[in-house]
Design a protein around this ligand. Sequence first.
Ligand code: UD1
Ligand code: CA
Length: 459
Amino acid sequence: MAGKLAVVVLAAGKGTRMKSSLPKVLHPLGGRSLVECVLDSLTDVDPTHRLVVVGYEADQVRTALAHLTDVTFVEQTEQLGTGHAVQQVLPHLQDFEGDLLVLNGDVPLLRPATLRQLLEVHQTRQNEATLLTAQFLDPTGYGRVFCNDDDVVTEIIEHRDCTEAQRQNRRINAGVYCFKWSALSKILPALKADNDQQEYYLTDVVKDMTPVMAVDVDDAQEIQGINNRKQLAEAYSILQDRIKDEWMAAGVTFLEPDTSTVDITVQIESDVIIEPQTHLRGNTVIGSGCRIGPGSLIENSVIGSNATILYSTLSDSQVGDGVRVGPYAHLRGQAVVGDNCRIGNFVEIKKSTLGDRVNVAHLSYLGDATLGNQVNVGAGTITANYDGVKKHPTVIGDRTKTGSNSVLVAPVTLGADVTVGAGSVVTKDVADDSLVVARAKQSTIPGWRSQRYAQSDDA
Ligand code: UD1
Ligand code: CA
């Protein structure tokens, strides 16, 4: 791309219309915050500077973006409007020569290709400013863009400053602009807050620039801004359609796509079947050939190939190849399950590592446990890992079998090839190859019922 490019994202506003204690640009949309979505739309352009203007709850925004090391934060201590926000970058771009791309922090659905095309038009036409526009059926709330016949912009007027006649113009300003920096930097300091909100509007600069060109986007959904929760929900649904369409094109089946959601951060290999009402979130990876759902929630988890997960919840966990999970299992907090295991009904696994071919088929809790290979955890086996103050580990060796309803009181180690009798409460370590039974011996009194009835009056 010819010429240098700097980018500034405006993210200092409170977002009053969201009615939220969270700054608007940090509201999540499919696994990322709004402002992260905006920054991610820069993948096709190659800026030398990435500036983010922060103000309202600036520290929160900085912290949320701390992982983006190439971003420079610019403080706008008072939020006096979008023009005032861009004024704050002046000291940071003093010697900069090239174009400045300005993006509102609340326009999260922009496609990288759209920004690339905007820059191409801007540079080939040698405009002083080029901005994205669209014809909206309902332009309420947006700034209206007034042009002469050749898409040359004469003026942008905010909805609230428009006359009734001007409001009939459906061509809206997307809040995405490319400016020739040498021209903009001269005009910016002279902006006036001469409008209904008494704010410094960035949009006012177009009156003093020439030529300024409007470029209609092909897909008006891309430039939908987020000012309230309803628009946030609409944007989410647009994003979901995009994400699922892409995965379907890549060889993933969704049985009822409208009932499932997938974060942008999720990876799905081919020939996966996503059953209805399944939600994949965060940094989740689903291996090839898996069948996920119905009714499952998988968050920040890695699933091997050919696994099935039925009506279950997994978070921050890992599951090997060929594992069957559910129905109604809960894996969380670094549960790591080896290959070909079976995790059955009403089983909870927390911060535990299981080897290969382990069965935990019914009604168990494993917490802070390490299991070898081919362990069979009997129905209702519980690790008592918490003494009220600290969590303690349980270790179970290869091929060990725990009887139904056993309680393993941690810290405790069972060796390999151990058999635990049903109903045992195991409090001491058990060596390899042992049978352990830790429960009261059964005592049987023959004929007890008939003796008792013989003594009673009404027998
Ligand atoms: C703005 C445009 C409007 C356009 C719309 C598109 C202006 C004057 N109006 O209106 O023409 O149709 O976007 O979505 O620019 N911000 C700051 N500092 C401030 C004020 C705002 O950083 O002092 C940031 C906000 O965090 C937000 C962005 O700028 O990310 C836009 O601000 P917002 O108040 O939402 O502008 P709109 O009224 O939507
Ligand atoms: Ca807005």
